[in-house]
Design a protein around this ligand. Structure first.
Ligand code: NDP
Length: 247
């Protein structure tokens, strides 16, 4: 699958799923925009890009710098073909511990509001290229959390799935597709960033296949959805969870 000459924005590409996805797109010839806040991690990803890759390493916060992300992409590459809204995080806060609203406000700002803002700003450019959008959601969108401290995160990803469907319907007449990839457990910095210490073996036991995914296998699904072979797929919520929801 070649993406030569296509311009791809990947938010949250300084680690995990986003980093793997940005590298995979670059390996397929895309001009990649690698967005994140942590400069050390961004530089580490830059080192892993193919030597001849056309890239823009962009230190930016999706909650405050959406316009900068779109403007700098267009300034550098002249077009936007694919927007991967991957930046996201979780934070504990339940209805009974009094921390729900604090978690809700910060999580929604990144996991949902920033996605909406980037989508609207990218729209004129995606209209020109008949491009597409991939939102990175989660199995958390589909199951009521067993641990109430995950409720705000689950609500954000459920909202994101509905956003994906609504945008897909609204943009279909423009030839723009919008899809979602919903992973189960993936080996990334996600839990570290939450300050949660759970062993990989415990997480594996939560899945039917007794495994966690690599960021690269999630990236491969993102590339498939972004490519022409997926021309008939829009508004889809693609689960890739090692059978977690079967249990
Ligand atoms: P990581 O913590 O490794 O990556 C998250 C990325 O998001 C980092 O690059 C981080 O970069 C970036 N990010 C967070 N907030 C912002 C912000 N405000 N502005 C810009 N970048 C931001 O975790 P994952 O790779 O696992 O997470 C990627 C996506 O996958 C998330 O949306 C997550 O919800 C989802 N997901 C993850 C699962 C898992 O098991 N790992 C399971 C299901 C879904 P920086 O700190 O540099 O800003």
């Amino acid at each position: 699958m070649s993406f030569t000459g296509k311009s791809v924005i990947v938010t949250g590409a300084s680690s995990g799923i986003g980093a793997a996805t940005g590298i995979l797109f670059a390996e397929q010839g895309a001009n990649v925009v690698i967005v994140g806040r942590n400069e050390t991690k961004l530089n580490a990803v830059a080192q892993k890009l193919p030597k001849n890759a056309k890239s823009l390493i962009l230190k930016a916060d999706v909650t405050t710098d959406a316009k900068k992300i779109i403007d700098e992409t267009v300034n550098k590459f002249g077009r936007i073909d694919i927007l991967v809204n991957n930046a996201g995080f979780a934070k504990y806060g339940s209805l009974t511990d009094g921390k729900f609203l604090e978690a809700y406000d910060t999580i929604m700002a990144t996991n949902v509001r920033a996605v909406a803002e980037l989508t609207m700003l990218a729209l004129p450019h995606l209209t020109k290229t008949k491009g597409n959008i991939i939102n990175i959601s989660s199995i958390a969108a589909m199951a009521v959390p067993l641990d109430g401290r995950f409720l705000a995160y689950s609500v954000s990803k459920a909202a994101l799935d509905h956003f994906t469907r609504g945008a897909a319907l609204e943009f279909a007449s423009k030839g723009i597709r919008v899809n979602s990839v919903n992973p189960g457990p993936v080996a990334t910095d996600f839990l570290d960033n939450m300050g949660v210490d759970i062993s990989v073996d415990v997480i594996k036991e939560m899945t039917a296949l007794k495994r966690v995914s690599t960021p690269e296998e999630i990236g491969e699904l993102i590339l498939y959805l972004a490519g022409d072979k997926a021309q008939g797929i829009t508004g889809s919520i693609m689960l890739t969870d090692n059978g977690c929801l079967l249990k």
